[in-house]
Design a protein around this ligand. Structure first.
Ligand SMILES: [Mg+2]
Length: 330
């Protein structure tokens, strides 16, 4: 991916991992090659990532794995028609909210009613003007993005939330595997956060959580995906990155925090916090998202157990995590 260093296309978004990774994604489902090519040609000139399918069944498969921002679908198609495609997309939790715009040459009341009953969001009667198609797509993408923001952004810190992380990590692991690239997964948390809250109160706790999240996000590249995993725990998915490079970057951030103070206007006070960091690698530490996650968690545990305020790259030979398990069993 040559465009991975490209800056965010929409820097007003309170999110990370924008840009190349999250270019608007359009799925076109149409069995007529002439119509398909005309639309592809038109959309190809815009900054979209486009997926194409020649029937409903193929379209459903792509919708399920790729989760596009919007689906453009014909009605009369072999294998599975457009109405059945809408029904199936609406049934699955992972795709149920994707806007669907239907294109058909059948211009009658029954068709219109069937499209909207099935859960279609828009209808274009062929032949339609490509400019109208363009505004319909843009609007659908806006709806999709607003929904994503509500669903996937942590309201306190402005970085992605746990739900986004759980959805995204398998996708990123699969994607980097397809390109035979490495991926690093970072897990970090604030040292002695409970004590901090007990000492300064939860409002100050919220302040440092949000200050830290924004500081880390600003210190990383646009393609790095910062998430609040829960409480004072954060994760960063670093696609196309070696674990050693992730460790270097996180070491710099960790060291810098030792001398950094976040000033809270509410508390009229400077706060200084420390973090512990665990890092795992794909493919070395796991081929699947679950294994990569477990390894990062173990590395973070090791960082905590061996003195905190440090960065630990997962080491499968380390016994620290195994000791924890045996303690738990006891
Ligand atoms: Mg057709």
């Amino acid at each position: 991916m040559s465009d991975k260093e490209k800056p965010s296309e929409n820097s007003a978004e309170p999110t990370t991992g924008e840009g190349a990774l999250l270019k608007p994604r359009v799925l076109l489902v149409e069995d007529n090659p002439a119509v398909r090519n005309m639309i592809l040609d038109f959309l190809g000139k815009r900054d979209y990532e486009i997926f194409e399918a020649s029937n409903g069944l193929e379209g459903l498969q792509i919708a399920t794995t790729e989760k596009p921002d919007v689906i453009l679908a014909d009605i009369i198609m072999p294998e599975m028609d457009g109405l059945e495609l809408i029904n199936r997309v609406r049934e699955q939790p992972g795709t149920m909210l994707i806007p669907i715009i239907v294109m058909t040459a059948v211009n009658n009341l029954e068709t219109k009613i069937n499209v909207f009953k099935a859960g279609g969001d828009g209808l274009l009667i062929k032949p339609f003007d490509l400019q109208e198609l363009q505004v319909r797509i843009e609007r659908a993408i806006q709806v999709s993005r607003n929904f994503m923001k509500l669903t996937y952004v942590d309201s306190l810190t402005g970085v992605y939330n746990r739900r986004f992380f759980d959805d995204r990590l398998p996708t990123e692991v699969n994607r980097t595997r397809r390109y035979k690239q490495p991926l690093a997964l970072v897990m970090f948390d604030i040292d002695h956060f409970k004590k901090f809250n007990d000492t300064y109160g939860h409002r100050a706790g919220d302040f440092v959580l949000s200050s830290l999240a924004q500081h880390v996000k600003k210190s990383l590249r646009t393609q790095d995906i910062v998430c609040r995993y829960g409480g004072e725990e954060f994760t960063v998915i670093m696609p196309m990155t070696r674990g050693e490079d992730a460790a270097m970057v996180m070491s710099r951030i960790r060291a810098d925090l030792n001398d950094r103070f976040f000033y809270s206007p509410y508390d009229k006070q400077d706060f200084n916090i420390r973090i512990s960091v665990g890092i795992s690698r794909h493919p070395e530490d796991g081929m699947e998202a679950d294994a990569v996650m477990r390894a990062a968690d173990e590395a973070l545990y090791e960082a905590k157990e061996t003195g905190r305020n440090k960065v630990v790259l997962y080491n499968p030979a380390s016994n620290i995590f195994k000791d924890r398990i045996s303690k738990l069993k006891f």
